[in-house]
Design a protein around this ligand. Structure first.
Ligand code: UDP
Length: 332
């Protein structure tokens, strides 16, 4: 299939582009390069530097490319920033998706794969998290993703749009060949910050809270490899053949891993010490978040290849060691 990948120069999108090619599909990338990297998109893939809020740019791109499906990864994802600048998130994550859907439907494109998040659950009442738990986001980032899910639910019966919405847990790791990986600026994620602290390229890691009701007092998260996430997206295509189909899936390994266990994994893989100190809790961090991904396993035959933290960190470490100079040049 010819697939338009919105946000295909970003972390998860760029990994999915490579997997689409490997699976015999034809990706075309659209990205505004605010956070994405031009160098993360293979030279053989057609690239459009455009913003999803720009309806006339979308009109041109859909008319020229005639995609059969859209995968949508383009979003802002800084939870703290979303609390301070909610309109930035409503514009970029909600309004931009609305504009993208309008362009799709106008051009008869009815297949949509959406990046949602476990942040739509807020502080869940039980663990592991199943898809049917109430969704009560505690920040505008999670709210904008939930608002898109609700918009999709309304569109499917009204227009015949078929979609899969994937609620990611903690995306982690890098391509196994070390060619692309996680490179946010600013960086707020645990694994790249711990690796940077070990390498001496970033300050000592702050461990946000050691008094949580968890086995070692630090937060538990479900780290899932970015290539495993991508595989689920491609597996979803077969479900989108049915007009009006609606699917929601958690994507996680189901393995809870603490902040201290992540640090230990970085030390083991790198052979270096991670300089770290305990710091106060970060506002808005639930003590534990991990998935019950049985539904994705059952319906998509999706089993993550990476089940534990150490091999995931090993791919991230390889990427950070090999990271090409100039990768961060946004408009390169
Ligand atoms: N964390 C930490 N120090 C950091 C960054 C993150 O202790 O510098 C913790 C954070 O409190 C959370 C876990 O690491 O429990 C994962 O955080 P991250 O920002 O990577 O992802 P999130 O769970 O917020 O999506």
């Amino acid at each position: 299939m010819k697939v338009l990948v919105a946000g295909g120069a970003g972390y998860i999108g760029s990994h999915c582009v490579r997997q689409l090619i490997a699976a015999g599909h034809e990706p075309v990338v659209l990205d505004n390069l605010v956070y994405g990297h031009r160098a993360a998109v293979p030279a053989t893939v057609r690239f459009h530097d455009a913003d999803l809020t720009d309806a006339s740019a979308l009109e041109r791109i859909f008319a020229a490319e005639k995609p059969e499906a859209v995968m949508h990864f383009a979003a802002f994802a800084y939870v703290g920033e979303s609390v301070v600048l909610p309109l930035k998130y409503y514009r970029n994550n909600f309004a931009a998706t609305l504009t993208l859907l309008e362009a799709m439907l106008k051009h008869g494109v009815n297949k949509f794969v959406f990046s949602s998040t476990c942040a739509t659950y807020g502080v869940p009442e039980k663990m592991p998290i199943t898809e049917d738990l109430p969704q009560k986001p505690i920040n505008p980032y999670g709210q904008t993703k939930l608002d898109v899910e609700n918009m999709l639910k309304a569109l499917a019966p009204a227009t015949g749009l078929s979609f899969a919405s994937f609620r990611y847990f903690n995306a982690a790791g890098a391509a196994e060949d070390g060619s692309i990986g996680e490179d946010h600026e600013p960086e707020s994620h645990l694994i790249p910050l711990a690796i940077g602290a070990a390498q001496g390229s970033r300050p000592a890691l702050q461990i946000f809270g050691n008094d949580y009701p968890t086995p070692d007092g630090t937060c538990l998260r479900d780290y899932v490899h970015v290539d495993d996430l991508s595989r689920a997206h491609i597996a979803a295509f077969k479900l989108l053949e049915t007009p009006g189909a609606q699917h929601f899936y958690n994507l996680g390994t189901g393995t809870p891993t603490s902040v201290l266990e992540v640090i230990k994994a970085v030390e083991k893989v790198s052979g270096l010490k991670v300089p770290a100190k305990f710091a106060p809790r970060r506002a808005g961090d639930p003590p534990a978040l991990y998935a019950d991904a049985a539904k994705a396993k059952r319906e998509l035959n999706w089993t993550p290849k990476f089940q534990t933290i150490e091999p995931i960190v090993a791919t991230a470490w390889r990427w950070h060691q090999a990271k090409p100079k100039g990768y961060g040049d946004r408009k390169a």
